[in-house]
Design a protein around this ligand. Structure first.
Ligand code: BG6
Length: 473
C-alpha cells in the first residue's frame, strides 16, 4: 500500500542492536562460570569455537562506550544461565551476578535501556546431561533460574525476553548444536521438548508479572512470512502448513495459550504430539506476553510437496534451513524465490518481506512488536588505515528500516529495532569470519590477534540514523 504521508518512528523508539552471551562474551570458564552446551559443542572444521569469541567479558566497558557513541537507546544481550548457576541449579555464582550487574549499570549510566534475553541457545551442560528439555524437571529449573534473575536484576530491567528462537531450536536443533537427535522419530522428541519450553516460558512470564509488576516480558522467536511459490491453491496450502509449523505453533501458544490447530494436526499425522499433563494447558492460558520480540532475516517461499503411495516414508523435518533446500513429503517444499537476491551465504534478502512479517504479526496478535535481530552476515575486509567499507550492510539495513517505517503507517505498533549485531561475534555455525557487527573485532578464525575494536562504515551510518530517528537513511 502506498502512503502519501509517512508518519515516521515514534519519539521514544528503541534504536539499538543485539548480541548473545555465548557468541560474544568469551571467558567461558572464568569467575566460576559452568559449561553450557555451546562450550562443548562440535564445530564444523575451519570454524572457531566459543571460548574467546569477541572477549566482551573483558571489554564490555569499551564496547558500551562505542554503543553510546552510536547513540543506542537500547542494547539487547543475553545472560548466560551458567554464569549465574554453574550447574543450572543449586548454588548461585556471585561473580556472575556481579558481571551482569556491572554491565547493566554501565548501560544505564549512558541511558541505554537493557533488554535481556534469559536463554539464548546455551543450556547448562549439567542440565543437558540429565536429559535437557526432554525432561519435565527442566521446566522447574528454568523457573528457578528466572526467579533469581527477577530477584537480582528486576529493579533495573524493564524488558525481558524469555527464550531466543525456540522455533529454530526445534527445527534446526542439530545445526545449532543443541538437540541434534537423528533417531527414529526425531520429531517426537523435539515436540516434547518444545512443549516443555512453552511451559517454562509461560511460568517465567507469569513470575515476571508477579515479581516485577513494572517490567514487560515477551517471547523472542524467529518469524518469517511465508509465500506460496505460485498462485496454485496447493502451493497456498503448503505456505499455510509451513507458517503454522514454523511460526504460529510457537506464538499461538505464547499469546493465546493454545496449540495451533494446523500444527497440531501435522504432529498427529507424524505421531509426534507431545504428552500434555493435566494442568499444562491452564499454565499456558494463564501467561500473557506484553509484547512480541522477533528476529527476522529472510522470508520463506514454499510449494506443494506431493506424497504418493510409492513414497510414503515421510519423516518430520527437523533441519529446515535458510537456503530453502528442504522438503517434507506431503507437507511442504522449500523453493528459491526468483525475485530475491541472496547474500554471500545463500540467505535470501527480502526487506518487503520484513514489512509483510510485521503486518502479519500485528494482525494476528495485536501486540507491540520489537525486532531483536535482523542483519547481514558477510566476509568484511579490513583495509589499510582501519577501514571497513561495509556498504552492502548499510544497504541491507536501510532497506529494512524503510520497510519498518512503512509498517508503522500500516498500523503496526513497532517500538524498537535491535539488529544483529552490535559488534562482531561468532556465528552459530559459520565461524567468526561471517561478520554482522557495526564494530569490527580484529581477529581471524583461529588467530586472536589483538581483538582491537574498529568502527565500520555502518557504525557512522547507523549513528546518523539514530540521531535523525530514522529520517536520515
Ligand atoms: C539467529 C540467532 O538465528 O541468527 C543468532 O539468534 C545467530 O544467535 C543469528 O547468530 C545469525 O545466524 P548465524 O548462523 O549466521 O550466526
Amino acid at each position: 500500500m502506498y502512503h502519501n504521508q509517512i508518519k515516521g518512528f515514534p519519539k521514544d523508539f528503541l534504536w539499538g542492536a543485539s548480541t548473545s552471551a555465548y557468541q560474544v562474551e568469551g571467558a567461558f570458564n572464568e569467575d566460576g562460570k559452568g559449561l553450557s552446551v555451546q562450550d562443548v559443542s562440535k564445530h564444523p572444521e575451519g570454524t572457531t569455537d566459543f571460548k574467546v569469541t569477541s572477549d566482551f567479558y573483558h571489554n564490555y566497558k569499551e564496547d558500551i562506550k562505542l554503543f553510546s557513541e552510536m547513540g543506542f537507546k537500547a542494547f539487547r544481550f543475553s545472560i548466560a544461565w551458567t554464569r549465574i548457576l554453574p550447574n543450572g541449579i543449586g548454588e548461585i555464582n556471585e561473580k556472575g551476578i556481579k558481571f551482569y550487574d556491572n554491565l547493566i549499570d554501565e548501560l544505564l549510566s549512558y541511558g541505554i535501556e537493557p533488554i535481556v534475553t534469559m536463554y539464548h541457545f546455551d543450556l547448562p551442560v549439567e542440565i543437558e546431561k540429565k536429559g535437557g528439555w526432554s525432561r519435565r524437571e527442566t521446566i522447574d529449573d528454568f523457573e528457578n533460574y528466572a526467579k533469581i534473575l527477577f530477584e537480582r536484576f528486576g529493579d533495573k530491567i524493564n524488558y525481558w525476553l524469555t527464550i531466543n528462537e525456540q522455533n529454530m531450536m526445534i527445527l534446526h536443533g542439530s545445526v545449532l548444536g543443541i538437540t541434534g537427535d537423528n533417531g527414529e522419530n526425531p520429531g517426537k522428541k523435539a515436540y516434547q521438548q518444545n512443549h516443555h519450553m512453552l511451559l517454562a516460558q509461560a511460568k517465567a512470564m507469569k513470575l515476571c508479572h508477579n515479581m516485577c509488576p513494572k517490567a514487560k516480558i515477551g517471547p523472542a522467536p524467529n518469524i518469517s512470512c511465508v509465500y506460496p511459490a505460485t498462485s496454485k491453491p496447493e502451493d497456498a496450502l503448503a505456505a499455510s502448513n509451513f507458517s503454522s509449523i514454523r511460526n504460529w505453533l510457537y506464538l499461538d501458544a505464547a499469546v493465546f495459550g493454545r496449540y495451533n490447530s494446523i500444527a497440531w494436526s501435522y504432529m498427529e499425522e507424524k505421531g509426534c504430539t507431545p504428552v500434555i499433563e493435566e494442568g499444562d494447558m491452564d499454565i499456558l492460558k494463564d501467561a500473557h506476553p506484553d509484547f512480541i520480540a522477533f528476529n527476522y532475516y529472510a522470508s520463506a517461499t514454499v510449494a506443494e510437496s506431493i506424497r504418493d503411495k510409492t513414497n510414503d516414508k515421510s519423516k518430520v523435518v527437523v533441519n529446515v534451513d535458510q537456503q530453502a533446500s528442504f522438503e517434507e513429503l506431503g507437507v511442504v517444499k522449500g523453493i528459491t524465490n526468483p525475485n530475491l537476491e541472496k547474500n554471500e551465504f545463500g540467505w535470501e534478502i527480502d526487506p518487503v518481506g520484513f514489512r509483510n512479517t510485521l503486518r502479519e504479526l500485528n494482525e494476528r496478535y495485536d501486540l507491540p512488536l520489537i525486532v531483536t535481530e535482523n542483519g547481514l552476515g558477510a566476509f568484511d575486509k579490513l583495509e589499510d588505515g582501519d577501514i571497513v567499507n561495509d556498504d552492502y550492510r548499510i544497504d541491507f539495513l536501510r532497506k529494512h528500516i524503510e520497510q519498518g517505517k512503512l509498517a508503522i503507517n500500516d498500523g503496526v505498533k513497532f517500538f524498537g529495532y535491535c539488529p544483529w549485531s552490535a559488534i562482531d561475534l561468532v556465528s552459530t555455525h559459520e565461524g567468526c569470519s561471517k561478520r554482522y557487527g557495526f564494530v569490527y573485532v580484529n581477529r581471524d578464525e583461529f588467530d586472536l590477534k589483538d581483538l582491537r575494536r574498529i568502527k565500520k562504515k555502518s557504525f557512522y551510518w547507523y549513528k546518523d540514523v539514530i540521531k535523525s530517528n530514522g529520517n536520515q537513511l
